[in-house]
Ligand binder design. Structure first.
Ligand SMILES: Cc1ncc(COP(=O)(O)O)c(C=O)c1O
Length: 417
């Protein structure tokens, strides 16, 4: 992604960032919609976050021991997110999902993990697996270096496919340690989960004694104040229904506010199987690092109720404004949305649900759009399979610039260079 493999061209290193902008090594400044892939929710270098980090750094960079800040951050996560009954801090989302799967396997004594095509859970081996030749057959390695035996323990299904999911449980239920899903998929473009799909995963895993791992590394505290789960919980409560609950949850990005913090969290009885209380090994030299934790705490401080209103405003302005601009220019497209997260699928009439659907978008048109936006001073994520990340620093004058730039795109003219 960083090499712009998806869009071509030459990515210059970033020299600095502030608020809603990044400045590259040549001194050119762009409105930024990458936002450190979601972490920069408060805008780059928010003064409250920077001063918290500076204060923490003056007290020492790393102790290799538990700190008060670490406990406070874990409690803050628990306050906002009820299923996070216990929280273990790690440094990356990859560690969080890897640990969650190990825990699920230990708790169930089973091997198989079910994941969905197009979902990204970091770069641990069990998740770098592509679908096998048929439904419910073992996956195949999706990266050099992943062994066939690792891939054989991963089943990859089309997202949102109720029949495929129920069939795999009917056939292999007693072998399934866990189902892992992005709470709302945001790594194949943004896809709103089909109504009831997460609830179905919760029901099937509960019935078969498997573990439901909800990956909120990207959506956590960004899609809304309690992540994507909070949005579905509120919808269920509004319908007078009991909300579904995941067994384990993974967080990252926003809870580190731009420094390396992630977490695995969930049901007490599962979490207590982690060492030292239990027998599931987990450790990290820099886990709960005091400076990183200070950035996370300060970011969650900044992200109060008013900040989420500002985030939603920025998201609405960009999403609706760009949509109208593309419509006015006659560009066929669909808008994918999950809470304040969104992306555009050029060339599609309807937002897709599956990875195959998302892959049918016009990536060449996106390449032209991406370079046009750069020429207008707007830095989009360099792939049409990524969300556009706004922050609370994306004030109306900034969102206007994005919308105006998008409205000026004329695809037939091309815009490279
Ligand atoms: C949903 C999801 N899970 C896990 C990860 C992995 O996190 P990290 O890059 O911190 O290892 C990512 C990263 O983008 C993600 O989007």
């Amino acid at each position: 992604m960083r090499a712009w493999n998806g869009v071509g061209g030459h990515a210059l290193p970033i020299a600095s960032a502030g608020g809603a902008t990044v400045t590259d090594a040549s001194g050119k400044t762009y409105v930024d919609l990458v936002g450190s892939w979601g972490a920069a929710i408060a805008g780059h270098g928010h003064p409250h976050v920077v001063s918290a980090v500076t204060r923490a750094a003056k007290k020492g960079l790393s102790f290799g021991a538990t700190t008060e800040g670490e406990v406070e951050l874990a409690e803050r996560v628990r306050e906002r997110y009820a299923p996070a009954e216990r929280v273990r801090l790690v440094s990356t989302g990859t560690e969080a999902t890897m640990t969650a799967l190990r825990l699920a396997r230990a708790a169930t004594g089973r091997d198989l993990v079910v994941k969905f095509a197009g979902h990204y859970h970091g770069h641990a081996d069990p998740f770098l697996v592509a679908a096998g030749s048929g439904l419910a057959t073992a996956g195949t390695p999706d990266s050099a270096g992943v062994t066939a035996s690792t891939a054989a323990d991963t089943v990859v299904l089309p997202y949102g496919d109720i029949d495929a999911l129920t069939a795999v449980f009917a056939q292999h239920g007693q072998r399934i340690a866990a189902v892992i899903t992005e709470a709302a998929p945001c790594n194949m473009g943004v896809v709103g989960p089909p109504e009831g799909f997460n609830a179905l995963i919760a029901q099937l895993t509960r019935n078969e004694g498997s573990v439901f791992i909800l990956d909120e590394v990207l959506t956590g505290f960004r899609a809304g104040p309690s992540g994507w789960w909070g949005i579905e919980r509120d919808d269920a409560l509004a319908r007078g229904e009991e909300p579904w609950v995941p067994d384990l949850v993974t967080f990252g990005k926003v809870i580190g506010g731009g420094l390396p913090v992630a977490a695995v969290a969930g049901r007490i009885d599962l979490m207590e199987q982690l060492a030292p209380l239990g027998t599931v090994y987990q450790a990290g030299t820099l886990s709960g690092n005091p400076v990183a934790v200070a950035a996370g705490l300060a970011t969650l401080d900044v992200m109060d109720a008013d900040a989420y209103v500002a985030l939603a405003r920025a998201s609405d302005e960009v999403r609706e404004g760009v949509h109208e601009g593309l419509l006015a220019s006659g560009v066929p497209h669909a808008v994918g949305r999950a809470g304040t997260l969104f992306s555009f699928f050029l060339g599609l009439d309807e937002p897709p649900v599956t990875f195959a659907g998302a892959a049918a978008q016009d990536t060449e048109a996106f390449t032209s759009f991406f370079h046009h936006m750069r020429s207008q001073g707007v830095s989009l994520p360099p792939s049409s399979f990524e969300a556009w990340f706004v922050s609370i620093a994306h004030e109306p004058s900034v969102t206007r610039r994005i919308v105006d730039a998008a409205g000026a795109w004329r695809p037939e003219l091309g815009s490279r260079g």
